[in-house]
Every structure is written in structure tokens, then in C-alpha cells.
Design a protein around this ligand. Sequence first.
Ligand code: UGA
Length: 439
Amino acid sequence: MTSTNSTVAVVGCGYLGAVLSAVLAEQGNQVIGLDVDQAKVSQLNSGIAPFFEPEFQDVLQGALASGKLNFTVDPKEVSAAQIIFICVGTPQQAGNSAADLSQIWSAVDAIAPHLAESAIVVGRSTVPVGTAAKIEQRINQKTGRNYQVAWNPEFLREGLAISDTRCPDRIVIGTTSAEVERELRKLYQPQLDKQIPILIMDVPTAELVKVSANAFLATKISFINAVSEIAELAGADIVALAEAIGLDPRIGNKFLAAGVGFGGGCLPKDIRAFISSGEELGAAESVKFLTEVDQINTRQRTRVVTLAKKLLTDLSGKKVVVLGAAFKPNSDDVRDSPALDVAHSLHLLGAQVFVHDPKAIESARARFPELSYQSDLAAIFQDCDLVLHLTEWSIYRELDPVAIGSIVRNPVLIDGRNVLDFGKWRAAGWQVSGLGKKA
Ligand code: UGA
């Protein structure tokens, strides 16, 4: 692997920052990760991943052992860094659809007094367009210097964060400074060696690329989910339909999986922040469609609950098993998880809800302590009245419908992700429903 040997600070060590720190150290750079959370910093320094992400713990341990990686809560330690990445969270504001940038401002205030004069500050968090300019102004006011803040959005997917960081589809850099471009090209040389495209553009465009990409992905999912409603009413099959339209390369077959919809810490809040930022810029009409995208997505969750009510008539006291708690497989992230949202709604309707997840039970329990959790997949189905498959972990595809059918009270299944083998389950005596599938 090419060694790049830059000195890098990564501010904010969540999914994005911790993974970036470990991969940059793996590539030979000297990296310091800064976070305000002492417990997280201690965990990272002892080689323990604070969240489940495939491969991450191994890369973290390798980077720590090489002496190239360290985590700290002390902002003074950024003083040695040539390149400083801002990777803090930008969640949705409480009671508002805009992004909450408070972590950006506290990070900037913490690091500004310690920046080396030649330091390059690079934003990587997902932000409303115009944020880089505000960061630049704030740093320059605080330091009396003339930093030019660059933007380098990330496109990593949870569950694939390591491979997406080592080998992204593209590298986008927003800067007008030749020196910043040179330093970042040097940093990303291992990626450039793999012929990964690098696109240099102005800062506002780079900021907008990220929110536009997420808005497009969300729109694609809500499009197929809207069609799934029509398919269901018309007696058509959304899975066959998606395969057929996806073979047109202009459409593409990715992100066309109809089901309970998108969740997580990115797509839902990013489309809302995009609506808010579009309105602020005076383009409310142009982002209005994203409100519909959001509503279609929420409606999918309601559709599952309505279907459950229809199948069981009265949910009160019924035992319901929910397969999956994370917002997607290969993650323990339960932020805005469609599965947990549905589980919670069924609980409020009086059902006894038992949730299974291979990795996310602890984070789910912290979020919804009122639900019951069961890590034993063999025992969870005993006497159950309804099974909902809501996060498509691969283990659920290997379940034996005959064995499970012999211990449930009522062999009724809703596949909210349309990935189980309906024929196999039906042959084992199950009543199977999906969103956009023939009853
Ligand atoms: C998303 C983007 O895909 C990344 O490119 C981006 O970098 C990241 O947000 C971010 O902004 O940080 P992520 O949130 O990890 O990544 O998850 P996705 O793989 O996009 O899935 C989002 C949700 O959509 C999941 O709940 C998933 O189950 C759902 N989904 C996905 C569908 O319902 N149907 C599909 O066809 C695909």
C-alpha cells in the first residue's frame, strides 16, 4: 500500500471520523482523533470499537499497534496537524427540519486557537451549503489569520464504511487553493493509485454534491415505495417490476428495494435539512418534492402497522416478533430505524412486541426500553401470532419456516423488506404479505 505520510487531525470520532482516522493511519499517515467524549476516546485508544461496523475493530487495532493513531480529548493536540478534518455530527434540530450545527461551532471554537499557521482545514460533515464559508469566517476572526476552508464530503455507507473509505466511488474536493488541492491529492494517493476519480470543484458545489446525492437516493427509494402501493392495489409485483425497470442503465437496479423505507442518521435528516436550506435560499418550490419523499417514507411504516392490524384484527395481547432493530443490516445503529418505529407503534396498539437483532439489541433497548428483546432466535417464535421481517440481516433468510411454523400460534408473516422466499414460506403453511406484493 502507498504510504502518504501526512499529519492529520480528525475532529469528531463517530462512524465517519473514527473510520476515517483508522483508514488514514493504515495508509501511513500520523493521525490524531479528537472527540469530546472521554469514554469513547478511552475505548478507541484501547482498540475497542464503540459501535459495530464490519472490519473496523481490526483496522483500528492495526493502526494503534503501528503507532500511527491516537485519540484524545485535548484540542491542543491538533497543533501538530497539517490537515484537520471536521467530522462532527450534524443531526436534525429539535422541533425543526434544519441541521443542528452546534457541534460544528464548538469543534471550530475548540481547535481554532491551536491551529498551525499552515494548517489546512477540511470539512467532511454533511452540512447545508454555505457552512464552509461561515466556518472560514469564524476561524479567521478567532485567529486573525487567513485560512481557506475546503470541503471534502464523504459518501460512506454504514456497514460498508471501511471499504467505502479505502475505496470510495469518487473523491470530491471543494477548494480554489492549489496548495490545498496538492496536499489532499497527496493524502489520497492510495485511492488515486486505484484509479478512483477525483473531482476538484468550488466549495459550495462540493457541499451541495453530498446533500444532492443523499436526496437523490432517498427519492429513488420513495419512488419505488410509492409505486409499490399502486402495484399492491393493482395486483402487480413490485419486486419483478423493480428488476425490470432497473435493467435500464439510465435507471439502475440499486436503491430500488421497496419495503418499510429508509432510516438512519443520514437520509431522513439530510432531506429535511435540504428542504430547510432550499427554503432559506429562496428555492422552496424546488425542494418541495422532498417533503413528499419524506411523507412516502413515513407512510411505508404506517402501511406495515395497518397491515398488521388487518391480519390480526385486534393486536391487543398478541405476541408479535420483529426481526431486526438496526436501520439496516450490518450495523448496530438504530437512529430513526423503521423497524423500531413499527415495533413501537405495535406496542402502543397493545401487542406484546419481541425484537431480535444480531447486533443492535443494546442500542435498541436504550432507545425503546418499553419493548421486549430476545437474542435467542430459536426461542423467540414460541406462541407468536405475527412475525415481521423489517431489517434484512442475512441470517433471517436462512430461517426454517417449517420449524418455526411448528412453534408459533399463528403462521403469519409480513416481509417488510421483500427479500424472504415467499414461495418457501407459503409452502410451509405461512400466510405471507409484503409491501407491493400480491396477497
Ligand atoms: C447513506 C448514503 O447511502 C451514503 O452514501 C452517505 O454517505 C451516508 O448516508 C451519509 O450521509 O453519511 P447510510 O445511511 O449508511 O448511507 O445507509 P444507506 O445504505 O443509504 O441506507 C439508508 C436506508 O435506506 C436504510 O434504512 C435502508 O434499509 C434503506 N433502503 C436502502 C431501502 O429502503 N431501499 C433500498 O433500495 C436501499
